[in-house]
Write a protein of this length. Structure first.
Length: 156
């Protein structure tokens, strides 16, 4: 029986991101389909190039993987976590928590936005120490997907 490799986190510099982009987008789409029931097929297709651009452009990008397979990723800049996605088969295995803990402890993250229509994500962020500080009626692209603005109170 092969030994399981422990989950590893690694930063991807901008110059190397294109080589990971197909895998990241595949994970993103699977995660969104499993967790963002409020998005229609057209929304997902329209968001894909936006996500690709964001992945290539965020100041920092961190991948989580084991056994040569991408399990999750996050990206952001400054004090804000801009994206966090985990492979659906790996939900509730501590990958998101490990990524956020890394972002808080090593990258200075204190803020994140969460789709109001994604109660599982909101529960996750609350469970690890974030609290709602505000709300926007539209997402960052002006679409009718309300965002909750969260700020870290105390990381658990």
């Amino acid at each position: 029986m092969p030994l399981e490799q422990p989950l590893r986190l690694f930063s991807v510099p901008p110059s190397q991101r294109k080589s990971f982009l197909a895998g990241i987008l595949s994970l993103w789409e699977a995660s969104v389909r499993a967790s963002h029931a409020f998005l229609a097929e057209g929304d997902i297709l329209a968001l894909r190039p936006c996500v690709a651009s964001a992945v290539l452009g965020v100041p920092w990008l961190v991948l989580a993987g084991d056994n040569n397979r991408l399990a999750g990723f996050m990206g952001g800049g400054g004090q804000k976590l801009e994206m966090l996605f985990v492979r659906p088969k790996r939900f509730r295995q501590g990958i998101g928590t490990r990524l956020v803990r890394h972002a808080v402890e090593r990258l200075g993250v204190r803020e994140v936005d969460c789709n109001e229509q994604n109660p599982s994500a909101l529960a996750f962020y609350r469970r690890i120490g974030f609290a709602v500080q505000g709300r926007s009626a539209q997402d960052g692209q002006g679409r009718p997907f309300p965002l909750l603005h969260l700020r870290l109170n105390a990381l658990i």
